[in-house]
Design a protein around this ligand. Structure first.
Ligand code: DAH
Length: 369
């Protein structure tokens, strides 16, 4: 097809313009006819084909033979022609699927919703933040724990009935190990208290959000996997009044300043004395409602003063690890507390079935904006 390209005789702007105008007109004429993928492909081959394409031939017969001083103005026109061809190819022929980057601005847009925090994550974060603002640091620990951290150091002796309350899921094939090394799924976040104290000498203020596991049948209020927020404060002169003041403050910060707290004797192996904490119902102002079972009070968490046996177990392990003992009960004391996140979130948001949290159902989750 080389013979279809006339040779250039003059290189002044007017002559070049004239030579290229014809080509541009041809491109535009052909571009207007590109109604199918096939005509588009033929057009592409005709102009851009690697061996016999007209641009290639033009480049050979015009560009290469041009005198050096004309190459720039020739090149510019050549590129403009090429752009024209490429623009024609970028337009999608009617009735074909999209192959290129073309965008149909007449179509409605695709809305991509911004994700939002899961209600459990949010409850845990908000609860943790209340204590972080009091100077607590945030601690985490493993979900697969040893018997030592989950039970022994927390003053649950082997075979003690208090272990029965924990419905423990154990890891298989651990029987050949000494009891304290056997692995299990942690049943509470309290082992992180032990890990933190073994690692750091007092003063210690730590809040521990985390996932825990129990061999519980699922029903509307139970799930074998759930979450807790734990707290621990150890320092000189820490008293039960500090515990009461801290938790009273935290409950007010979380549920509103009119909430009252009250403490009842309870039992946990790792605290002595131990207490259960109730808050005045923040939903009905104690008039009585379903959430407080018409009693005006809601039981929310367990707490107590850290048992000296716990400090002793911590110091024994610190010594085994080559650290100085640091939890001498003549010098320090501490309090601890723990609460269930699902229970609090269910109450706060009026969720009737714990399974909703784990369903991944957007109709449920998108309500927590
Ligand atoms: N670990 C307890 C449980 O899961 C909850 C708890 C109670 C934690 C009292 C504490 C505490 O730190 O002082 O049943």
């Amino acid at each position: 097809m080389t013979d279809t390209i006339a040779s250039l005789s003059a290189y002044d702007d007017a002559s070049l313009d004239q030579a290229f105008r014809g080509l541009t007109d041809e491109v535009r004429g052909a571009a207007a006819q590109l109604s199918t993928a096939e005509t588009q492909e033929n057009f592409r081959l005709d102009w851009l084909g690697r061996k016999q394409g007209r641009l290639k031939l033009l480049s050979e017969s015009w560009l290469k033979t041009a005198p050096p001083e004309a190459k720039k103005s020739l090149g510019m026109r050549f590129n403009a022609l090429k752009n024209e061809i490429e623009a024609a190819l970028a337009v999608e022929p009617a009735g074909t699927k999209s192959t290129g980057p073309s965008i149909d601005l007449s179509l409605p847009g695709i809305r991509r919703n911004i994700g939002l925090e899961h209600p459990l994550t949010r409850t845990m974060r908000e609860m943790t933040a209340v204590f972080a603002a009091l100077g607590y640091s945030v601690g985490v620990g493993p979900e697969v724990e040893s018997d030592f951290y989950n039970f022994e150091a927390l003053n649950f002796p082997p075979n003690h009935p208090a272990r029965d309350t924990q419905d423990t899921l154990v890891v298989a094939d651990q029987d050949t190990k000494p009891l304290r090394e056997r692995l299990l799924m942690r049943t509470h976040t309290s082992p992180v208290q032990i890990r933190s104290m073994i690692e750091s000498a007092p003063p210690l203020r730590i809040v521990i959000p985390g996932k825990v596991h129990r061999n519980d049948e699922s029903d509307a209020t139970h799930s074998p996997i759930f979450h807790q927020v734990e707290g621990l404060c150890v320092d000189t002169n820490i008293t039960f009044s500090d515990l009461k003041g801290t938790l009273d403050y935290a409950m007010k910060a979380f549920f509103g300043s009119s909430v009252k707290t009250r403490f009842f004797p309870s039992f946990f192996p790792f605290t002595e004395p131990s207490a259960d904490v109730q808050i005045s119902c923040p939903f009905c102002g104690q008039k009585g409602c379903r959430k407080c079972k018409y009693s005006g009070w809601i039981e929310l968490l367990g707490c107590g003063m850290v048992d000296p046996a716990v400090f002793a177990a911590v110091d024994a392990r610190r010594i085994e690890n080559g650290l100085e003992p640091a939890y001498d009960t003549k010098k320090i004391s501490g309090f601890a507390f723990g609460m269930g996140v699902e229970r609090i979130a269910m109450m706060k948001y009026g969720v009737g079935d714990i399974g909703q949290f784990y369903s991944g159902d957007l109709r449920f989750l998108s309500q927590f904006v």
